[in-house]
Design a binder for this molecule. Structure first.
Ligand code: A2G
Length: 547
C-alpha cells in the first residue's frame, strides 16, 4: 500500500460495497442519495464521493507532534452526490455562474446554502492579466456550521487549481450531502466532510477523472496529495489538527488498521488486527464542539506541545532557529542526528529515545510547584524558559491561534505525548508479532493490547486532560462488562470510546454497557445501535462516476 496510489474511482458499485462492511445498507443509501439528488436538482448526479470516519485505536493527540498513530476507517461515512450545473433556470438565476455552489444536506435540520468565491487580487492589471492572489470564501470559525466544511474543501481546490488564471474558473456545482458519522462524536465526521468535499470539487472539475488513461496518471491526484490538501483545508475551519483523520479517511484498507507516521514524511503501513478481537465504539453522547472549545482545549494543547518542544530543544542544546516551530517528534530526531533523506530512524532507536525523553522533561516543570500540584507554568515562566523575548514568543506561538489559559501544563502534555508515542509502537509490535506467529494465544494478545489502551486512557485523563467524567465512566463500565481495554478515541472532551472485546463476548458486552451507562437508558432501536456498535476496518475514500 502506498500514499502514491491514485484515488479509486468506481464505475461498478458492487465491487465497492463488499469492502465497506455490513452494518449499514450501503446499496440503499447510495441509491436514495442519487434519487434525492435527482428530485432536488432535476438531473442525475455526475459523481458520488465517499469519505469514511475513523476510530483511533491508540495514539491520541500526538499526530500534530508528528508521532505515529494507529487508526482504522469505519463503515460510517459521508457521501456527497454532485454534478456541474450548466443551464440557468431563469435569467436572474445566478446559480449557473462559474464558481457558484448550491449545497443541500439530506438532514432536514440543515438548510440549503448557496455561495460563491470572491477573488483577492494582488497587483494591478498588466498586459491584460490580473494576478489573483487567492480565492476567498467566508468561513465562520466561531460557530459550527455544516457548510463550513463544504467551503473548506472547496477552498483547497480553488487555490490549488484555479489560481491566477481567469480563464479556467471552476464549474458551478450542485451537491447533496448525507452522513452516517455522528457529528462531535470523536469519529472524525469533520475530516470525513472535508475529504468528501475536497473530492467533490476535484471530481466535478475533472481533476479526478475516471476517463483519464494510464498515460494521464500524472494528472491523477494521489492519496497522499489528497491528505495534504484536506489537512490544509481543515485549518480553514479553525482547528489546527494533525493529519491522522484525513490520512485514515483517505488511505485506509478493509483488512487492517493503519500505522501512520508523519515524520520525516507521511508514511503508512498496515497493522493487522488479531483474529478474535473486536473493537467496539460507544458514544458518551457528550458532544464536543471543537469550533467552540478549541481555545481552551485542542488549540491550547497544540500550543503547549510546541512550547514544550522549544524548551526541550534548548535544554538539550539542539540547534533551533528563532522562528522555527519545532515539533516534539523533530526534537527526538534532532537529538539522535536523524537525517530526513534517510527516512525514519529504527523503531528500536525511537523507543530508546522516547524513554530518555521521559527523564529530560523534568525541565518543563515550574520552578515552584503550585499548591494544587498541577505543575503548570505561567506565561512569563514559559516565555523565559523558551529563550525568546515576549514579542518573539507571541509572534511564533500565539499570533496564529486563539488560546486561553493562566497556566500551561507543559510537563504533563510532554509526558503524555512521549509515553503515548511509545504505546503506539508497542501496540503495533504486538499486532505484527501475533500475525507472524498465528499459533500465539489470541486472548493473551488481546490482553496486551487492552492494557496499552487502558494506559492510554489514564494518560489522556490525567496528563493530557482530554477526557471528561462521562468518558471515564463509560470506559470503566466497558471494562466491567468484559472489555480488555477501553479508552476515549479522537480529540476527547466527549465523543466516543473504543473498547477491545473478545469476539464471542461482543453481544453480551454491548448489552451490559447499554444497560449500565446512564445516558443509554432512554435509547432503544436504531438510536442505541448508532450509539454503541462493533467496528471492522473499512476502505478509504473513493469516488463513483455515475453513468
Ligand atoms: O483529534 C482530532 O480528531 C484531530 N482531527 C486529530 O488530528 C487528532 O489530533 C485527534 C486527537 O488524537 C481534527 O481535528 C480534524
Amino acid at each position: 500500500m502506498s500514499s502514491q496510489q491514485p484515488i479509486p474511482i468506481y464505475t461498478n458499485l458492487n465491487e465497492l460495497y463488499g469492502e465497506l462492511g455490513t452494518t449499514l445498507n450501503h446499496a440503499q443509501r447510495w441509491n436514495e442519495l442519487a434519487e434525492n439528488f435527482q428530485k432536488k436538482f432535476g438531473r442525475k448526479p455526475a459523481y458520488i464521493v465517499r469519505a469514511p470516519g475513523r476510530v483511533n485505536l491508540i495514539g491520541e493527540h500526538i499526530d500534530y507532534c508528528l508521532f505515529g498513530v494507529l487508526p482504522a476507517a469505519i463503515e460510517q461515512d459521508i457521501l456527497i452526490a454532485c454534478a456541474p450545473r450548466a443551464v440557468p433556470t431563469s435569467p436572474q438565476d445566478e446559480t449557473h455562474e462559474p464558481g457558484h455552489v448550491t449545497a443541500e444536506n439530506a438532514h432536514t435540520k440543515y438548510a440549503r446554502q448557496m455561495f460563491a468565491p470572491s477573488q483577492k487580487r494582488r497587483g494591478s492589471v498588466t498586459d491584460g492579466q490580473v494576478n489573483i492572489e487567492e480565492w476567498h470564501l467566508d468561513i465562520n470559525k466561531k460557530e459550527l456550521r455544516w457548510e463550513s466544511y463544504v467551503k473548506a474543501g472547496y477552498y483547497g481546490v480553488l487555490n490549488n487549481y484555479f489560481n491566477g488564471d481567469l480563464n479556467t474558473l471552476p464549474v458551478p456545482v450542485d451537491l447533496l450531502v448525507t452522513g452516517a458519522v455522528p457529528a462531535g462524536s470523536g469519529l472524525s465526521s469533520s475530516a470525513a466532510m472535508v475529504v468528501a468535499s475536497t473530492l467533490t470539487f476535484l471530481a466535478v472539475n475533472g481533476k479526478l477523472d475516471a476517463n483519464l488513461t494510464e498515460t494521464d496518471d500524472s494528472k491523477k491526484i494521489s492519496k497522499g496529495e489528497l491528505v495534504t490538501m484536506a489537512v490544509a483545508n481543515e485549518y480553514r475551519v479553525g482547528v489546527n489538527s494533525g493529519g491522522m483523520d484525513q490520512a485514515a479517511s483517505v488511505i485506509s484498507i478493509p483488512s487492517a488498521a493503519l500505522y501512520i507516521s508523519f515524520f520525516p514524511k507521511l508514511d503508512v503501513s498496515p497493522a493487522p488486527l488479531p483474529p478474535g478481537a473486536v473493537f467496539v465504539c460507544a458514544n458518551s453522547l457528550v458532544v464536543s464542539d471543537k469550533a467552540v472549545t478549541a481555545k481552551t482545549n485542542y488549540n491550547l494543547r497544540v500550543v503547549e506541545t510546541l512550547a514544550a518542544a522549544r524548551i526541550l530543544a534548548r535544554h538539550l542544546n539542539l540547534p533551533i532557529g528563532k522562528d522555527e516551530k519545532l515539533q516534539l517528534r523533530e526534537v527526538v530526531g534532532r537529538l539522535v542526528g536523524e537525517v530526513k533523506e534517510e527516512g525514519e530512524m529504527s523503531t528500536e532507536k525511537l523507543i530508546e529515545t522516547l524513554k530518555r525523553m521521559d527523564r529530560e522533561i523534568e525541565v518543563l516543570k515550574p520552578a515552584k510547584e503550585s499548591a494544587d500540584g498541577q505543575l503548570g507554568v505561567t506565561m512569563e515562566e514559559m516565555v523565559e524558559k523558551s529563550g525568546l523575548t515576549k514579542e518573539e514568543f507571541h509572534q511564533l506561538y500565539l499570533s496564529w491561534v486563539e488560546v486561553e489559559a493562566t497556566h500551561f501544563q507543559l510537563y504533563k502534555r510532554a509526558k503524555h505525548v512521549f509515553s503515548e508515542a511509545l504505546r503506539v509502537l508497542q501496540f503495533r509490535q504486538v499486532c505484527l508479532d501475533a500475525a507472524a506467529s498465528p499459533s500465539s494465544s489470541s486472548l493473551e494478545v488481546i490482553e496486551k493490547l487492552g492494557n496499552l489502551m487502558n494506559e492510554s486512557q489514564k494518560s489522556c485523563n490525567e496528563l493530557f486532560q482530554c477526557s471528561c467524567p462521562e468518558l471515564n465512566q463509560l470506559t470503566t463500565l466497558a471494562r466491567e462488562a468484559g472489555a480488555y481495554g477501553s479508552r476515549l478515541t479522537g480529540a476527547g472532551w466527549g465523543g466516543c470510546t473504543v473498547s477491545i472485546v473478545a469476539e464471542d463476548k461482543v453481544d453480551a458486552f454491548i448489552k451490559q454497557v447499554s444497560e449500565t451507562y446512564p445516558l443509554y437508558k432512554s435509547l432503544s432501536g436504531d438510536a442505541l445501535r448508532e450509539a454503541i456498535f462493533a467496528t471492522k476496518p473499512s476502505s478509504g475514500a473513493c469516488g463513483f462516476a455515475v453513468s
